[in-house]
Design a protein around this ligand. Sequence first.
Ligand code: IMP
Ligand code: MG
Length: 181
Amino acid sequence: MDDLSRRSGGRKAKSVVFTAEQIATRVASLGREITAAYPDGDLLLLGLLKGSFIFLADLVRAVERPLQVDFLVASSYGSGTVSSGNVRLLYDPATDLAGKHIVVVEDIIDSGRTLTRLVELLRARHPASLAICTLLDKQIAPEPPAELRFVGFHAPPAFLVGYGLDHAENCRHLPYIVDLD
Ligand code: IMP
Ligand code: MG
């Protein structure tokens, strides 16, 4: 039994899209980009749960300047499974955002709608600056959010799981990213 079947209960992947080594190398360089981008001021990384939990944990350890960490839980609502663009915060960070440099950390940008609405909500809290860091960008968002500043990888237009990304809550724990059958 190979590593993927053992970890995922027999799911088959078409291919490994990003290996653990590729991810680690890219996350280290994103950490350096973020370190260089914020020479001063208070920095707060806001991880969008649940998808960003592994990426955020690795990313903060690659940033070599003081920072704080908090989380956001957002819920898109509307009809069906298509992202409606209406976003509600289920967990609102306790931390005060005013005057801080905020980096929202996301797993993957698909339509981009969730983040576009979310940044509007966060702008109203008067941060010093607001940027988005995503591990993956499918580059299919018709209007990508203007705040998108740090991108790990351009991703193929497939359904990807692992390294935090799920399929019906499964496969988040895979240490690599695969394209599911
Ligand atoms: P958007 O608002 O359409 O950009 O939705 C982005 C959200 O959809 C991400 O935070 C993920 O939770 C989910 N998502 C989009 N594409 C994928 C994928 O390929 N695999 C797993 N989750 C995905
Ligand atoms: Mg998800």
